[in-house]
Design a protein around this ligand. Structure first.
Ligand SMILES: [Zn+2]
Length: 262
């Protein structure tokens, strides 16, 4: 019998679309990741539609303890302002933290200045730093190679560790930085396209092979990946690597207790 959710760790995918063409056409949703980690709720990368996707799924923004932006690109940050309004009940319940790289907060901030007073604080993400929110700690091990300042995140709860590899070009240090039992990888491309700083399917396959997590979840699909059916790509990868690889689906809720059985 369970009378609260405090021991549960879950990740709800409020969208699986990556990069501009998937997002502007909303071929898949783009609302980010909603984490509920031992009772601490955190929203990561609230792209366009985050407010729609979260309310539709009965997730309560006023329960959020933090909103984290991996970087300032629109598909990761477009709904940050409305989600701060929602987290703070329109400013009447001042609480929660906003985490973002410095270039999302400085010259052309992605957050309106009046909202800065609604939150408890704003913390700047930096390479190699660790942070704590409620029952969760997380760190941003390495700056990614992407046109704007970008970090992936390793989350630690009382019972699980998982990594979110946000947008980046492949580089060797990725594998060392994100060793964990669950990997969430943003893959936009079917094949590496050198001027474009995004991971491709072969990059993801290599990273999963190196890190060998218990489970890997592919997410943030570009148009080419979408057309090739991400779930089929995931199935092929699973067979080739011998690691359980899943393609995220809009609204999918992944319970981290699944890692305990594998
Ligand atoms: Zn990006």
């Amino acid at each position: 019998m369970r009378n609260n959710n405090s021991s549960e760790d879950t990740i709800t995918f409020l969208g699986t679309a990556g990069a501009r063409f998937m997002v502007i056409r909303q071929l898949a949703a783009s609302g980010g990741l909603w984490l509920n980690l031992s009772g601490t709720e955190i929203l990561v990368d609230p792209g366009p539609g985050s407010i729609v996707q979260s309310t539709k799924r009965k997730l309560k923004a006023d329960k959020l303890s933090a909103i984290i932006l991996s970087h300032r690109h629109l598909d990761h940050s477009a709904d940050v302002n409305i989600m701060v309004e929602a987290m703070t009940n329109g400013g009447f319940n001042r609480h929660g933290w906003l985490f973002a790289p410095s270039d999302a907060l400085e010259t052309e901030p992605v957050i309106f200045s009046y909202l800065k007073n609604y939150v408890e604080g704003i913390a700047v993400l930096k390479e190699g730093n660790s942070y704590t929110i409620g029952n969760v700690s997380f760190n941003t091990p390495v700056r990614h190679i992407h046109p704007v300042e970008t970090y992936g995140i390793v989350f630690r709860t009382a019972s699980h560790t998982f990594a979110y590899i946000a947008d980046t070009r492949y580089f060797d240090n990725l594998c060392q930085s994100y060793a964990s039992e669950l990997l969430i990888i943003n893959i936009v491309l079917m094949e590496p396209k050198p001027p474009i700083d995004h991971l491709s399917v072969p990059d993801a396959e290599y990273i999963i092979k190196e890190i060998k997590p218990k489970v890997a979840i592919l997410n943030h699909f570009g148009m080419g990946v979408w057309k090739a059916r991400p779930w089929e790509i995931a199935q092929q990868m699973s067979q080739q690597i011998g690691v359980r690889v899943i393609a995220a689906r809009d609204g999918m809720k992944f319970d981290l207790s699944q890692l305990d059985d594998s």
